[in-house]
Design a protein around this ligand. Structure first.
Ligand SMILES: CC(C)(COP(=O)(O)OP(=O)(O)OC[C@H]1O[C@@H](n2cnc3c(N)ncnc32)[C@H](O)[C@@H]1OP(=O)(O)O)[C@@H](O)C(=O)NCCC(=O)NCCS
Length: 269
């Protein structure tokens, strides 16, 4: 009897891949499907995706983020494809801008010395999907560390971390256009001259204090030194993940409307 096979291809950029893959494999086992997983940093396969799931070679629409095992099983079966993907909880993250900041924000480039600060911010409870469940934390930390060490070994500039009184309070992570293209994010400008923002996150307690803007500003100011001309990001018309309004306020322009999301770019005049 032919056994169906679920294949997950991923780059280890987002630690939420760990619990997501666990849910996918539990769903697959429920259905009696075989599972395999390829970490594209190690496998060197010609797969262009941050995260892609296939059943017998057919792409299945599953995004990064914890999902219900039964919903995933439905997707793997190819039925009930119309249900809503579980999104981040909007209600837990009402945005209330604050007016004043207590102290000066220091922005440091991401380096081997502060890699753990970004990982802590990335895996902590402020993340859009909540905290990564405890049982996945060790693996998620290892995965994110490997990713950051990999990009740091290849590109001098790939992130900045914001500190307030030495406490890490936010970060921005970006990659050159050529790598972004491999992750499935096609750049509109020349990939060689473009930095693509993957993640931007500020600790919830510090939202509205312009820390996100300071991180973006630092990235923009350092563009010539890093030999980039443009910054691109995929921003969203609603929600807190790369909010369109935030990027508009930071002088990004919409360059392509994709429906729920838009491609935006910063282009120095
Ligand atoms: C988006 C985010 C980075 C903004 O950071 P921030 O420091 O609070 O933003 P700023 O204070 O610099 O905001 C600058 C402007 O953008 C606006 N803005 C910021 N977030 C906004 C949002 N979600 N919706 C609408 N406008 C927003 C602000 O109102 C402000 O406008 P103003 O100049 O008129 O006052 C932050 O809300 C965040 O971390 N969101 C969650 C992202 C996430 O979960 N990432 C997951 C890990 S990658």
């Amino acid at each position: 009897m032919l056994m169906h096979c679920v294949c997950v291809y991923y780059y280890p950029q987002c630690p939420w891949i760990v619990p997501t893959v666990d849910s996918i494999f539990r769903a697959a086992r429920k259905l009696g499907y075989k599972c395999c997983m390829y970490d594209l940093l190690s496998e060197r396969l010609d797969e262009k995706a941050l995260f892609k799931v296939y059943v017998d070679g057919n792409a299945v629409p599953i995004g990064i983020g914890m999902m219900d095992v039964n919903d995933i099983a439905n997707r793997l079966l190819g039925v009930n494809m119309s249900f809503q993907e579980q999104g981040p909880s909007e209600t837990a993250f009402s945005y209330t801008p604050k007016k004043q900041i207590a102290g000066k924000v220091d922005i440091s480039p991401l380096s081997g010395d502060n890699i753990d600060d970004e990982i802590a911010l990335c895996i902590g409870e402020d993340f859009l999907y909540g905290a990564i469940p405890q049982r996945f934390v060790k693996k998620a930390v290892e995965m994110k560390k490997r990713w950051l060490q990999h990009i740091l070994s290849k590109f001098e500039a790939c992130g900045y971390i914001a500190y307030l009184k030495k406490e890490p309070v936010g970060f921005v992570e970006f990659v050159p256009g050529e790598l972004a293209n491999k992750l499935g994010m096609k750049t509109l400008y020349s990939p060689k001259q473009t930095a693509v923002i993957l993640c931007l996150s500020v600790k919830k307690a510090y939202w509205g204090l312009k820390i996100g803007s300071e991180l973006i500003q630092r990235l923009i100011n350092e563009l010539p030194r890093a030999e980039y001309k443009f910054v691109e990001v995929t921003a969203y018309k609603s929600g807190l993940w790369h909010p369109l309004e935030f990027y508009l306020k930071n002088n990004f322009k919409i360059v392509k409307d994709l429906g729920n999301n838009v491609k935006m770019a910063y282009h120095p005049c």
